[in-house]
Design a protein around this ligand. Structure first.
Ligand SMILES: *Cc1c(COP(=O)(O)O)cnc(C)c1O
Length: 423
């Protein structure tokens, strides 16, 4: 890329070779726009750092599960990390391989286990003894042996938002560190399971390497204990969670992060005479800054205490501000001269929590199109139909070409599965 995927030319925002204003005019708003070049560049940051080492990257599908987005990664030979049977169907439809897919999640249904066993997923990341029992039973019914890894909870503080911190004792995730060794012995004794690895995932939007190294050290200590019990650990899955820049965060560079983690695990391997494959499961850091959400200003509503800019995107389109008080940069796609008062950017949904940005200084008028940046991760995938609002369209820009990745939903589609009472 000679210039960044998202850049300005004469005051106008461009996504690769296409003007954002033209996209809004042609496809309407609210509109999610992804840059293929940005997706590919983020993939390469991981893949290049893993080259020549025993390391594999599994794209966390839940961060952005659009088929065209997954297809970009599948064409690069990516593995995938799924949390439901639905996500497995998406991976397969996008050209991904079950044999390169790991199945995470705290509450897998027997039907999802069956589907994943039949497809031949690479590994089940299991989080409890009852889940081991269930998987053992389902695999037995199918006459298969399920490859398993236990998600252990290393009890480290990822120093991120409480809703997206997952590696503390107080979280619902993983097998407690103190119980992990006994749980491995239980798993190894189950006839339809085959223990292959260990995994952890300590949170999301993590902007330092230190919590990962703390988690890795604890996991390695556990690996030695488990192996001394006679159970072999072939891979270590360090999860996802690397943060991105939304505002003024300074997350580690992807390549540096990958190399630091691999160095730590390889150094331990050299000491103990073992080499193990390492898995990464990035989501946000692959897709977050590869997408924006375009929205049109409907009305400006000046007030005594606050000015509001009411836009056509809402919390149902982008839930992160309402859900985590998350910050997204917001900018007009076409700059205009003049005063830039302070606005709260809010949607039309009937909730005071329906806001997208607060106290932003913007020179805007009704009808202007705004770009909400860093919307590629946990954006469209978290959208809902609250207030019977059809979900936004998604497009992918590839150079000067635009590909409709998902058509805008219609009200008719929303009503389709509902039925009036009988006479
Ligand atoms: C959500 C999740 C990921 C991806 O997290 P990001 O913060 O988007 O990188 C990876 N692994 C597991 C198990 C997850 O639940």
């Amino acid at each position: 890329m000679t210039q960044p995927a998202f850049h300005r030319d004469n005051g106008t925002l461009f996504v690769e070779g296409v003007s954002a204003a033209d996209l809004a005019a042609q496809y309407g708003t609210p509109l999610y726009v992804y840059s293929r070049a940005a997706l590919t560049a983020a993939w390469h940051a991981y893949a290049d750092a893993c080259a020549g080492r025993r390391a594999t990257v599994h794209v966390a599908v839940k961060a952005n599960s659009n088929l065209a987005v997954l297809n970009v990664f599948a064409r690069e030979g990516a593995g995938f990390d799924i949390v439901s049977g639905g996500e497995l169907a998406r991976v397969l439809a996008a050209g991904g391989k079950a044999a390169n897919t790991v199945f995470s999640g705290v509450g897998k249904h027997p039907d999802e286990m069956r589907m994943a066993l039949e497809a031949g997923v690479k590994c089940f990341n299991v989080e409890s003894i009852p889940e081991l029992d269930r998987l053992n039973a389902v695999a037995g019914e199918l006459g298969k042996k399920a490859p398993v890894s236990l998600r252990v909870n290393p009890d480290v503080d990822a120093k991120t938002h409480p809703y997206i911190s997952t590696g503390l004792k107080s979280n619902k995730f993983g097998v407690a560190f103190d119980e992990a060794r006994a749980t491995y012995r239980a798993a190894a004794a189950m006839p339809h399971l085959h223990v292959v690895g260990i995994d952890c995932h300590i949170g999301s939007q993590i902007t330092e390497v230190a919590p990962y190294l703390d988690a890795v050290d604890k996991v390695l200590e556990l690996v030695d204990q488990i192996e001394s019990d006679g159970v072999q650990i072939h891979h270590i899955d360090v999860g996802g969670g690397l943060g991105i820049r939304y505002d003024d965060e300074t997350p580690p560079d992807i390549g540096e992060f990958v190399r630091t983690v691999l160095d730590r695990i390889e150094a331990h391997g050299a000491k103990t005479g073992k080499t193990r494959e390492v898995y990464f499961e990035p989501g946000r850091s692959l897709v977050g800054n590869a997408g924006i959400l375009l929205t049109t200003v409907e009305f400006l509503k000046p007030g005594a205490e606050k000015n509001f800019a009411i836009v056509d995107a809402a919390m149902n389109d982008l839930a992160r501000p309402a859900m985590y008080e998350a910050y997204h940069a917001i900018e007009p796609v076409t700059e205009r001269a003049g005063a830039a008062p302070t606005y709260d950017i809010v949607g039309p949904v009937c909730e005071s929590g329906d806001w997208l940005g607060r106290e932003r200084s913007l020179a805007i008028e009704a009808g202007d199109v705004l770009a909400i940046r860093s919307a590629g991760a946990y954006g469209f995938v978290m959208s809902s139909n609250y207030n019977t609002r059809p979900r936004a369209a998604e497009v992918m820009v590839d150079g000067t070409r635009v590909h409709v990745a998902r058509e805008r939903e219609t009200v008719q589609q929303l009503l389709a599965g509902e039925h009036l009472l009988p006479d």
